[in-house]
Design a protein around this ligand. Sequence first.
Ligand SMILES: Cc1ncc(C[n+]2csc(CCOP(=O)(O)OP(=O)(O)O)c2C)c(N)n1
Ligand SMILES: [Mg+2]
Length: 319
Amino acid sequence: MSLSPQDLKQLFRRLLLIRRFEEEAFRLAVAGKFSNYHGGMGQEAIPVGVCYGLKPTDNTMITHRGLGVLLTRGVPVGEIFAGLYAKESCPTRGRHPIFHMAAPELGILAGTTMVGSVIPLATGAALAARIQGKPDVTISFFGDGSVNRGDFHEGVNLGAVRKLPIVYFCENNFYAKSMPLEASTAGGSIIARAQGYGLPSELVDGNDVVAVYEATQRAVARARAGEGPTFIECLTYRWTPHSTAGDREFSRTAEELASWKAKCPILRLRKQLIEAGHASAEELDAVDIDIQREVAEGVEFAEAAPYAAPEVALENVYV
Ligand SMILES: Cc1ncc(C[n+]2csc(CCOP(=O)(O)OP(=O)(O)O)c2C)c(N)n1
Ligand SMILES: [Mg+2]
């Protein structure tokens, strides 16, 4: 369970891959190369810390900000870009890669677009694993904007009462679009709600990848041992607007953003690696150059990929 210097370098690589992907995706979306993009820049430690120790058979169900989960679980960069470009060379065959991605062989079950609606579905995946006698754990990601929805309470309650193998994982970035948490959520605390369902809970620094990893590992071990769900709340902040669609950001201030940028999860791990003597600045810079090449090749792959035939749009449509 404890992380070796090699593990820490792997975490660094994964954090930086998400960051460089996000920067490029943001730039391309704003340049009109593809439609709306919901970036999670600044929140990279959460997908990396959660997914690093999972087995491929464990399931993750994401939200609109779940790009980092796809990358960390192993969907190739080029295939995700291809989905953003609406090209066929993506497991979604031209549909949006974040909202429609399903890659069960990587433990990625499809997400949903309605805020909060993924929580009961993830609970259902955990129930299915129980019924099938599988040792798999499900991670249900959701934002602070989900916790006042009926889906949240219905899902968490069922998971708790049936002691299902699931981790309820709240990425609290303090806003749902421009709605501040304190204006939407009674009781002053998200994690306090875990108590109402009798669930053990952890409040974690979401910009500390090692802390996120360790909390997740504890929760997954409990779930695998049949001890039921854990509720984790991670505190973090997104650096970019809600999406590239021109959403107004009237409640977030420049000072608040600057204070969170000073807590960059990537610079933090870079500093730790160098100070502990696990890596030199040159070695980590070389990783960065390698990642930038991987991202550029992914974009080239997507731009050259073919569009799906129009009839593909009707696949998997049941009614
Ligand atoms: C039920 C529902 N209401 C509104 C929306 C529009 N919407 C999309 S994302 C979002 C904000 C969600 O905030 P949060 O859950 O905190 O996630 P974050 O965007 O902060 O990662 C909203 C309101 C939606 N998709 N579904
Ligand atoms: Mg939020």
